[in-house]
Design a protein around this ligand. Structure first.
Ligand code: SF4
Length: 244
């Protein structure tokens, strides 16, 4: 299936989520295409832009029908800011009365900055893949400066946000986690979430499941001290410890 020129290339729709947009009942629209190639990527079918799987008009029709029930729409991917049609898609979504959230890898600060400046976003989750200077090692692309700029723009915008890092111990070491923490702390954010890698479909199918400890106590202690709103996802035991 192909999509119309100038329309976003949609790879999927999650019709309901209670966890991707804080305090809002939302859906997630997955846009195709990504500039990175993270080994642990759980959406390998979305990294190539290809052609659309769902026409944008069908998404709009769905959003129209869900008005009054859904409150927000999250654009995810792939990398949603990779598409220059994102802004028009967000305008369409706002026109239907929805709040808009964005999940991004921060690779395109100019695009993100424009949306922030025009107050088009109510929430942004920015993935920090690696500490500054190591992006090429994990993603294949040295976008360190772009991510730094996106992070700075996001914090300066004062729009609700979170920074988050996916951890697979063979790819992201404890030293890296601490360096990412120091980097984010230096920018002044209070919200940082570590996400435990979840076994399943990945861009690199040879990536093994996590069998041992993925987050040491000393790292956890340090991050809890650094970030008043530190969080963990994907590990019920660690989440329980955090709540204690
Ligand atoms: S995990 Fe990496 S490769 Fe996959 S969509 Fe996100 S940024 Fe792109």
């Amino acid at each position: 299936m192909t999509d119309s020129p100038g329309r976003p290339i949609v790879g999927g729709l999650q019709p309901l989520t209670m966890i991707d947009f804080p305090r809002r009942i939302a859906c997630v629209v997955f846009l195709r295409g990504c500039n990175l190639r993270c080994q642990y990527c759980h959406n390998p079918e979305l990294v190539e832009k290809g052609s659309g799987d769902i026409p944008w008009d069908d998404i709009l029709a769905f959003l129209d029908r869900r008005r009054g029930f859904l409150e927000g729409v999250v654009f995810s991917g792939g990398e949603p800011t990779f598409q220059d049609t994102l802004e028009a898609a967000i305008e369409d979504t706002l026109a239907l009365g929805y709040a808009v959230g964005l999940h991004t890898n921060g690779a395109f600060p100019q695009r993100l900055g424009g949306l922030l400046e025009r107050r088009r976003l109510a929430f942004v989750a920015l993935d920090i893949k690696a500490p500054p200077g190591h992006y090429r090692d994990l993603t294949g692309v040295p976008i360190d400066a772009a991510v730094r700029e996106s992070a700075r723009l996001l914090i300066d915008s004062a729009i609700e946000h979170e920074f988050r890092t996916t951890v697979h111990p063979t790819l992201v070491s404890p030293e890296w986690i601490l360096q990412i923490g120091d980097f984010l702390k230096s920018l002044g954010t209070t919200r940082f979430v570590l996400q435990k890698f979840q076994e399943g479909k990945t861009l690199d199918p040879s990536l093994p499941p996590i069998t041992g400890e993925w987050l040491g106590k000393s790292v956890l202690t340090r991050l809890r001290q650094q970030f008043p709103r530190f969080g963990i996802r994907g590990d019920p035991t660690a989440e329980k410890d955090l709540a204690a």
